[in-house]
Design a protein around this ligand. Structure first.
Ligand code: PTJ
Length: 275
């Protein structure tokens, strides 16, 4: 792996890229996963690479939903395993009822095993979904292959870096969907019941912190409502405001003076007179 100087102003981002590139070479991350990361990075730039107040509210609401769920499940693909295995382990320590299931778009048995191995090395056990035992209706891709002990019986699913079709299929199956996606315009974010518009590792860290005090409270209640549209609008506003703060005012264009207008009597012939 290339040596990256800690003094580089974008050290964190370069380390993440190098980790994903290595994970792609080993087959854990699909080549398409590198493109997905690039898209995510662009949106994170717009956010200023920090959790917005709106995302913080979404994280707190998601924590309540997870604690109140009977069978909460977190779905893990190649990117998610490569980027956030320690954060997933921390979230499971905060909420041991949370089931962890491998679910891949570009599915091979070797990749499913690689994702499970990375999670196991971080201390997550058991990892479901390596040998799928059920099918999610209405999905043409391999993402339909799910675990009867996990997503199939879940009432709340967390789906980071997901696609819109699966989010819609999960909702059609009666599940509440919490998405983690930096792109507020993605179909996933727009389909989810509770979109968290934030970077994956920051969102998972925030979830673990928010879950702990709620999980200690023995009272249980209904799922508080969440205004998805307001959350998406807030995320877009956060990006627009940041972009606007970097924008220099456009210099006023000089108006053409009257001297450039032809003086009376010297008017250029119109097309009609030329004809
Ligand atoms: O491992 P597999 O085979 O299941 O494939 C996983 C990928 C990520 C390749 C697959 O799910 C995919 O193609 O995803 P998309 O359709 O590119 O969507 C990924 C979404 O996640 C995009 O909207 C990105 O903006 C967003 N995203 C990317 N990186 C991050 C992110 N959101 C939060 N945190 C990130 N680090």
């Amino acid at each position: 792996m290339t040596r990256i100087s800690r003094r580089h102003p974008r050290y964190g981002s370069l380390v993440t890229r190098a980790r994903l590139a290595a994970a792609s070479r080993s087959g854990l991350v699909a080549p398409e996963g590198l493109i997905a990361q690039g898209r995510g990075e662009a949106f994170d730039y717009f956010l200023g690479e920090r959790t917005s107040p709106g995302a913080r509210r979404a994280i707190r609401a998601a924590a309540v939903w997870l604690v109140r769920a009977h069978h909460p499940v977190l779905s893990v693909n190649g990117n998610v395993a490569a980027l956030a295995a320690p954060q997933i382990a921390e979230l499971v320590r905060a909420l041991p009822r949370l089931a962890i299931e491998v679910n891949l778009f570009h599915r091979t048995q070797a990749r499913a095993r690689a994702v499970a191995a990375v999670l196991a090395a971080a201390g997550v056990s058991p990892v479901l979904g390596v040998r799928p035992t059920a099918v999610l209706a209405g999905l043409p891709s391999d993402r339909a292959r799910i675990d009867a002990r996990g997503i199939a019986r879940a009432d709340v699913c967390v789906v980071p870096l997901e696609d819109g079709d699966r989010t819609a299929a999960l909702r059609a199956a009666g599940k509440r969907v919490i998405a983690i996606d930096l792109n507020p315009l993605s179909r996933t974010a727009r389909q989810a019941d509770l979109p968290i518009i934030d970077e994956l590792t920051r969102a998972l860290d925030g979830l673990a912190r928010a879950v702990r005090p709620i999980a200690r409270d023995p009272r249980r209640g209904a799922f508080p409502p969440f205004d998805r549209q307001a959350a998406l609008t807030e995320a877009l506003d956060a990006m627009i405001n940041r972009l606007a703060s970097h924008r220099r005012p456009t210099p006023r264009r000089r108006r053409r003076g009257p001297s450039r207008r032809p003086s009376p009597g010297t008017a250029r012939p119109s097309h009609r007179t030329r004809r």
